[in-house]
Design a protein around this ligand. Structure first.
Ligand SMILES: C[S@@+](CC[C@H](N)C(=O)[O-])C[C@H]1O[C@@H](n2cnc3c(N)ncnc32)[C@H](O)[C@@H]1O
Length: 222
């Protein structure tokens, strides 16, 4: 079931559900909890990519928080990009419609963010490798994904149940619409994130020490 087939209600629901966290917490507490990254993005001329940006609320928040930086949002879903452009009208934020792997040709970026989108990607290792290629040598990839348990247990906790619900009704069918697919599903466990990062060539994966609610914030470097 391709992402586009879920239609405008899903797209807008997805944009709306994360908007409060992106507007308030992404730049208010999540990135400041990685002080070196936050400082780097505050510098004039910094470049930031928001990959799998959806409705663009995170991209717009980044541009507001780091006004001296160039911020570009990328997404493969054309209606999402069109709506993101509408939300950003007059802000100067740029959105590019296309597959995330194309970011490899758009470097150099000081930071790339993949916000609740890695588990939706059919080729997550290719995307992570493309991001790594597009980063400056000491740049950082920030991945925000679900704060699920370390391993499957039954019964699962509330977050596990919620995320499996999302997984079977949306994320997994959408990721399977493209073939071949890693078919990750929403329940992306920390060990899997580390395996994907290592396969893409990252030398280091750290969990940023911040309470991000349903999310875990990872930084990948090297
Ligand atoms: C769950 S949504 C998250 C959107 C946004 N980051 C948010 O949190 O609201 C996942 C997004 O990843 C995008 N996506 C999936 N695979 C992609 C790919 N290969 N390249 C670019 N975007 C992709 C989808 O189109 C969708 O907008």
């Amino acid at each position: 079931m391709p992402y586009a087939h879920y239609g405008a209600d899903f797209r807008r629901g997805q944009g709306g559900i994360n908007r409060p966290a992106f507007v308030a917490e992404l730049t208010g507490s999540w990135l400041p909890a990685a002080p070196a990254v936050h400082a780097r993005l505050s510098r004039a001329g910094a470049r930031i990519a928001d990959v799998g940006c959806g409705h663009g609320w995170s991209t717009i928040a980044l541009a507001r928080a780091y006004p001296a930086a160039e911020v570009i949002g990328y997404d493969v879903d054309e209606p999402s990009v069109a709506e993101a452009r509408g939300h950003a009208a007059g802000t100067g934020v740029r959105f590019v419609h296309g597959d995330a792997v194309a970011v490899a040709g758009e470097g150099w970026f000081d930071a790339i963010l993949v916000l609740e989108a890695l588990h939706d990607m059919a080729r997550p290792i290719d995307v992570l490798a493309a991001c790594r290629k597009a980063l400056v040598p000491d740049g950082t990839l920030i991945v925000v994904d679900e704060k699920v348990a370390p391993r499957f247990t039954a019964p699962g906790d509330v977050i596990e149940r919620l995320m499996y619900g999302w997984s079977i009704s949306h994320c997994l069918p959408a990721a399977l619409a493209e073939q071949p697919s890693a078919a990750l599903g929403t329940v992306l466990r920390e060990d899997t994130v580390r395996e994907l990062a290592a396969a893409a060539g990252f030398a280091s994966v750290q969990v940023v020490p911040v309470d991000a609610g349903f999310f875990r914030v990872y930084r990948m470097e090297g």
